[in-house]
Write a protein that binds this ligand. Structure first.
Ligand code: ZN
Length: 203
């Protein structure tokens, strides 16, 4: 295994150790998926097409959105990061007007050289049986070598159609909600995750 010292590695301008501290501060613990994600964002940044303003798409809800949110200006909250949950550990950064961008994904064939990383990625063992130290070390040593990079052109219509449309007041709970959801809000349609509120009209 190639020896790599932390000081040589940078992730979007931060040293590896700085990035690990950022992950801890934001996420609460060093999630391997977020460390992998940091290298992915870094690689995407290195391969951006021309342009000034970039939005992000994340194809999984797990860990990767947080890496994007701490390393780029794109967050779910500001709308510049869209999570389109395809279940793939992949992200795209794209120029927000043209849709020209770059997609970074985990190249499954490149995981063969990294046994712990392969086990983690394909969930071959329960988490508690995985060797966390060895895994993190493999993630660090592998760096960006386990990813593929492709140019993409994002379907801006599809991405924009995720907008929620106009808001209206729900006649049942009297809270605002996207009118396209129906006569009453999704919460009052029984989709709320609370056991102690009866829907509709729980007040
Ligand atoms: Zn309601």
């Amino acid at each position: 295994m190639k020896k790599t010292t932390s000081s040589e590695i940078t992730i979007c301008g931060h040293t590896y150790d700085e990035y690990i501290e950022m992950v801890k501060a934001f996420h609460g613990h060093v999630a391997p998926g977020m460390v992998i994600g940091g290298f992915m964002v870094d690689l995407a940044n290195q391969n951006l097409p021309e342009g000034e303003f970039f939005d992000a798409i994340c194809e999984t809800r797990a860990c990767l959105p947080d890496a994007i949110q701490i390393l780029t200006p794109c967050t779910v909250g500001n709308g510049w990061l869209k999570v389109i949950n395809l279940g793939r550990f992949a992200l795209s950064l794209f120029e927000k007007y043209s849709g020209n961008g770059v997609r970074v994904y985990v190249d499954s064939r490149k995981l063969d050289d990294w046994p712990e990383l392969n086990t983690f990625f394909f969930k071959l063992k329960p988490k508690k049986e995985q060797d966390f130290e060895a895994l993190i070390n493999e993630v660090k040593c592998a760096g960006t070598s386990i990813f593929g990079v492709r140019e993409v052109k994002v379907d801006m219509y599809l991405v924009k159609s995720q907008h929620r449309g106009t808001f209206t007041v729900c006649p049942s709970c009297e809270e605002g909600y996207p009118g396209k959801d129906g006569e009453i809000c999704l919460g009052c349609q029984g989709k709320a995750p609370y056991l102690n509120c009866e829907a509709p009209g729980y007040q």
